[in-house]
Design a protein around this ligand. Structure first.
Ligand SMILES: *[C@@H]1O[C@H](CO)[C@@H](O)[C@H](O)[C@H]1NC(C)=O
Ligand SMILES: *[C@@H]1O[C@H](CO)[C@@H](O)[C@H](O)[C@H]1NC(C)=O
Ligand SMILES: CC(=O)N[C@H]1CO[C@H](CO)[C@@H](O)[C@@H]1O
Length: 415
């Protein structure tokens, strides 16, 4: 890899000498200032980014559904078909939820005589390609799951370690659009070795396949995975409770500066609608995930959505913050005994803000303009994304009284 890069580097240097000697000199000088180790790493990443991950996907965070949080291993092809149907009939598909992602447990434990992965006959008798055709027929995309190890986490199906090219070709031939790639049973090999192999294999198939790294934040993937995948988990698995959700939010927040179009931090899939949190806690969960430009992958049973869950998941104004084309991850900007302000810039000089009371009783939370990157004296229209109301000409600060665990989410538009 490094050798290949040097020859490319040599060529581009000669080229720039033709364009202008000064530019080349500048390049050499700036190179000389970095250590050779850093240079190798940088050049490798540069090359990987150009050659491995040029799949054109993930310009905004992915939206869709995944089977794991609600169903675990208890999945079959009927569930996937009915979920695709429900995605359309609930109106969620029209709001941008497009991936229908099958998680662990879809395959037989044994590969076939040629070493190919085989869909589990008892639960996916029609095979994955037929499901992909069905899902594509609804205008949606199909996601699948494998693992950068010998077995997946359930140990009920093989992983793809050592079979990357073969499995990537299989996925592409079936029409798979998204791969979640887990980290169990990995022989203690570094993720930095295992994940690029699948990334390259996927790219070599010629089919654009969104690549979701799931190495749980083990080796700080935000730092290196942008050249490898379209999203990377920054945390261990989420559970359907307040402590788990808030801790994922905080761990993910540390890596905010590394996210951007093409590669996103992933604090794990949504638990909204699964029953373990209150409505206000789920509202905060969805709001923070949207602001943090996290993948919005629904994790409940969308065939049986109650009106409250539907109202949380279908808030077009919150979704618009997540999908804003600027692609900057909002972050926690102020925290005082559980009274928090999260904020981030949006396109057209707008600012998204969340006031969040994480403590156990009612409180008033205030974000002053200096907390959230607005100049003092700026007058804004403040759109409350959950109340669907607008306050005109707000200056200096915005504040709200909030019940325990509740949040307010605004988009501020400078006048
Ligand atoms: C996993 O697979 C590798 C090579 O395919 C093999 O060397 C290793 O022993 C396997 N590990 C386990 C725990 O089965
Ligand atoms: C969202 O869900 C609510 C509750 O079911 C419904 O009243 C509303 O029309 C839905 N909005 C959209 C945009 O789908
Ligand atoms: C007034 C009040 O105590 N409200 C709670 C909301 O969150 C803050 C942070 O702890 C708590 O101090 C407050 O108890």
């Amino acid at each position: 890899m490094a050798l290949q890069y040097s020859s490319i580097g040599g060529r581009s240097c000669r080229l720039s000498m033709v364009i202008g000697f000064a530019l080349c000199l500048l390049l050499l000088l700036s190179n000389a200032r970095t250590s050779s180790a850093t240079r190798v790493l940088m050049s490798k990443e540069h090359l990987l980014r150009r050659n491995l991950l040029d799949n054109g996907l993930g310009n905004t965070p992915p939206m869709g559904w995944n089977s794991w949080n609600h169903f675990g291993c208890n999945i079959d092809e009927d569930l996937i078909r009915e979920t695709a149907d429900a995605m359309v009939s609930t109106g969620l598909a029209a709001l941008g939820y497009q991936y229908v992602n099958i998680d662990d447990c879809w395959a037989e434990l044994d590969r076939d005589s040629q070493g190919n992965l085989v869909a589990k006959a008892s639960t996916f008798p029609s095979g994955i390609q037929a499901l992909a055709d069905y899902v594509h027929g609804k205008g949606l995309k199909l996601g699948l799951y494998s693992d950068a190890g010998n077995l997946t986490c359930s140990k009920k199906m093989p992983g793809s370690l050592g079979h990357e090219d073969q499995d990537a070709k299989t996925f592409a031939s079936w029409g798979v659009d998204y791969l979640k790639y887990d980290n169990c049973n990995n022989n203690d090999i570094s993720p930095k070795e295992r994940y690029p192999q699948m990334s390259e294999a996927l790219l070599n198939t010629g089919r654009p396949i969104f690549f979701s790294l799931c190495e749980w934040g083990q080796e700080d993937p935000a730092i290196w995975a942008k050249s490898v995948g379209n999203s990377w988990r920054t945390t261990g698995d989420i559970k359907d409770n307040w402590n788990s959700m808030t801790s994922r939010a905080d761990q993910n927040d540390m890596w905010a500066s590394y996210a951007g179009p093409g590669g996103w931090n992933d604090p794990d899939m949504l638990e909204v609608g699964n029953g373990g949190m209150t409505t206000e806690e789920y509202r905060a969960h969805f709001s923070i995930w949207a602001l943090a430009k996290a993948p919005l992958l629904i994790g409940c049973d969308i065939r049986a959505l109650d009106a409250t869950t539907q109202e949380l998941l279908n808030n077009t104004e919150v979704i618009a913050v997540n999908q804003d084309k600027l692609g900057v991850q909002g972050r926690k900007v102020k925290s005082n005994d559980g009274l928090e302000v999260w904020a981030g810039p949006l396109s057209d000089n707008k600012v998204a803000v969340i006031l969040w009371n994480r403590s156990s009783s009612t409180a008033t939370i205030t974000a002053s303009w200096s907390d959230i990157g607005l100049e003092s004296g700026t007058s804004v229209d403040a759109r409350d994304l959950w109340a669907h109301s607008t306050q005109s000409s707000v200056t200096e600060e915005i504040s709200a009284q909030l019940d325990s665990h509740a949040c307010k989410m605004y988009v501020l538009t400078p006048n």
